[in-house]
Ligand binder design. Structure first.
Ligand SMILES: [Ca+2]
Ligand SMILES: [Ca+2]
Ligand SMILES: [Ca+2]
Length: 335
């Protein structure tokens, strides 16, 4: 749904004639709420500024603070849900559901909503293990996640966890390109490996050593996919005698060859892209921008809300700005 041409196709959508006329007198509406760079990341507990959401520049890896998170103790994993346009965040390991948490973060207002959930309990039903990587699966509308006990799960956006299988490695991140599920691993001392994984049971299909010119990699930290370009991105850890460095890289999935974008100035533990919404006024997500969407917008008018309520520009409230976008796109068939 997030093809490189989606923006142009969106602008060229099938607008009703009267709206097309209207569009000539209102400016092209700007979408707010998305950071200047579409790449975001969260620092780990060992960071200089721990458990914090940053925007990460994709040309030099420089970081800009967006919001403190702080929930859920050790371990940070994020994924982006393009359906409701929220960042999902897992953190902590505990028998206590207030310490091992799942929550959703609005990427414009940074409002956080706790999600009551089952935890990652395949290894011990009384204890939720730490999340280790997550990615959204467009086909199912759920997330794939892994845990520190090496299990692979699916998690629904409302927190229902299903165990899929036991993996032969500790995953640190996941990404889906096409229908292929990739993981990056943590085997200290053996560098970082990129695997393709059977999404039904977590079994390894292929293993590729990741290389970065001039650098001895200690292990993988995170993995994600840019849906706008199809490029695989990752964070790689390099251990030094008394410190560590984390490199932001792109990775060729065929060869495992990584290219450094830059050294991250803090210990980013997890990264994800927040792509443009290809159909920001399709509030009921049925593929059309029409009266049903106008109804949703009017119902929530003047109130806080998400894109599912009529917040087309992603600023966290439903108001005239969103109505303007809806009218501009009225009659469009979504890409
Ligand atoms: Ca945390
Ligand atoms: Ca619709
Ligand atoms: Ca809005």
């Amino acid at each position: 749904m997030n093809s490189p041409n989606s923006k142009n196709r969106l602008r060229n959508g099938h607008c009703a004639a009267f709206v097309f006329a209207l569009s000539t007198v209102i400016a092209t509406p700007a979408l707010a709420g998305v950071p200047a760079s579409p790449l975001v990341g969260v620092t780990g507990n060992g960071g200089i500024t721990p458990e914090t959401l940053f925007s990460i520049n994709t040309t030099d890896a420089s970081m800009t603070l967006l919001a403190q998170l702080g929930h859920g103790d050790d371990g940070e994993t994020i994924a982006f849900n393009p359906f409701d346009r929220h960042i999902y965040h897992w953190s902590g390991m505990s028998a206590n559901p207030t310490i091992a948490i799942m929550e959703r973060i609005h990427p414009g207002s940074f409002a956080i909503t706790d999600i009551p959930w089952d935890g990652f309990r395949a290894a011990n039903p009384l204890f939720s293990a730490e999340a280790k990587g997550a990615t959204y699966d467009e086909d199912s509308g759920n997330f794939f996640t892994g845990d520190s006990d090496r299990f692979l799960y699916t998690v629904t956006p409302d927190g229902t966890v299903t165990t899929l299988g036991h993996m032969d490695h500790q995953p640190m991140g996941f990404a889906i390109i096409g229908s292929t599920l990739y993981s990056i691993d943590k085997f200290p001392g053996s560098g970082a490996k990129l695997r393709t994984i059977n999404p039904a049971n977590g079994a390894t299909i292929t293993t590729t050593q990741i290389t970065l010119a001039g650098v001895t990699i200690t292990n993988g930290i995170s993995l994600t996919h840019d849906p706008a370009t199809g490029v695989l991105w990752g964070v790689l850890k390099q251990s030094l005698p008394n410190s560590q460095i984390r490199h932001l890289v792109t990775i060729d999935p065929a060869t495992g060859v990584a290219t450094s974008i830059g050294v991250l100035s803090d210990n980013i533990a997890t990264i994800v892209f927040i792509p443009e919404d290809p159909c920001p006024a399709d509030f009921n997500r049925d593929g059309f921008v029409n009266l049903a969407d106008l109804q949703l917008l009017l119902f929530s008018f003047g109130q806080p809300g998400t894109v599912l309520d009529g917040d087309a520009n992603g600023d966290g409230v439903v108001n005239l700005d969103d109505l303007q976008i809806l009218l501009f796109l009225f009659g469009m068939v979504c890409p």
